[in-house]
Design a protein around this ligand. Structure first.
Ligand code: GLN
Length: 282
């Protein structure tokens, strides 16, 4: 009977575009995705499912070796324990963003009444959907400027049974007649400057959308200014704004919020010790 380990070894050996450690990680992900086998199943050499349909491994390896992100190859990624569909139309949800979502869940966990939340630049919908699923009091709206992203976000919400209202809206052009207020505004906007692209991996540059990644060097905080301006008008007075940030601009982004009258501004670090997110309250 065919077992997991030889296949795992064959796959990791043939993922040649990455260092061995990463290749092995990807082989685990492939076995998990296609056959539902966990790491421990592979390591203990469990049998492969008897009536499995074998995917086209040659094609899969070819795509991986072209440095196409594995999340695109398998079509999904895990975010806060939920499986999200991803595509080249959206940023692949990242672990740093999970921390931001956990911070929000922690802050609002004890609230008894409804918590209206707005996720600006929702992309795959990972932030909006996770909050809607795990924070029962939340009433979540997700905005994005990309129609394609919204289609995917809606599909993710449906598959994950999350009640989110998605709307097409550019944060740089919000009509003045918007009257709704939110207790929580969250955003992981584009924050990589064009000049930083030189240091980035091909699997990000070639496959993830520019629209979700980049800002111009002459105004790298453009989205934070827009989000903070929006909050001045649309965040309730006890509400809070949460943003993921470029590690190079921790202090400058803090300043954007303090210039607009926010008085308590905390900068949080990611697991690598870099400034990665901000919570701002009035
Ligand atoms: N909100 C989405 C995420 O956190 C998309 C962010 C983006 O495209 N900049 O993954």
């Amino acid at each position: 009977m065919a077992t997991a380990k030889p296949l795992y070894e064959r796959l990791s050996k043939n993922i040649t575009a990455y260092p061995p450690e990463e290749a092995r990680e990807m082989a685990f992900m492939l076995l998990d995705h296609y056959f539902g086998l966990r790491k421990t199943d592979v390591l203990t050499d469990k049998p492969l499912p008897p009536n499995r349909t074998e995917p086209d491994w040659f094609k899969i390896l070819e795509r991986l070796n072209r440095q196409e992100p594995i999340q695109h190859v398998i079509g999904t990624t895990i975010f806060c324990g939920l499986e999200f569909e991803v595509s080249p139309a959206v940023l692949i949800p990242r672990p740093e963003t999970e921390d931001l979502v956990r911070l929000i869940m922690h802050d609002f966990a004890d609230r008894r009444d409804d918590v209206p939340i707005l996720d600006i630049g929702t992309g795959s919908g990972c932030i909006a959907v996770t909050l809607a699923r795990f924070l029962p009091q939340s009433v979540v709206t997700g905005w994005d400027v990309s129609d394609e992203a919204l289609t995917l976000a809606r599909r993710n919400a449906e598959h994950l049974n999350a009640d989110v209202t998605f709307e097409i809206q550019d944060i740089l052009n919000v009509p003045a007649d918007r009257v709704r207020k939110f207790d929580c505004v969250v955003s992981n906007p584009p924050y990589v400057t064009r000049s930083e692209a030189a240091d980035m991996d091909r699997n990000v540059l070639d496959y993830e959308p520019d629209l979700a990644l980049f800002v111009e060097d002459n105004d790298p905080l453009v989205f934070y200014k827009a989000v903070a301006d929006f909050c001045v008008r649309h965040l309730t007075k006890d509400g809070a704004c949460y943003v993921e940030i470029n590690e190079r601009f921790g202090e400058a982004t803090r300043q954007v919020f303090s210039d607009r009258g926010f008085s308590t501004i905390q900068v949080y670090k990611d697991i690598h010790g870099k400034d990665r997110s901000i919570r701002a309250t009035f």
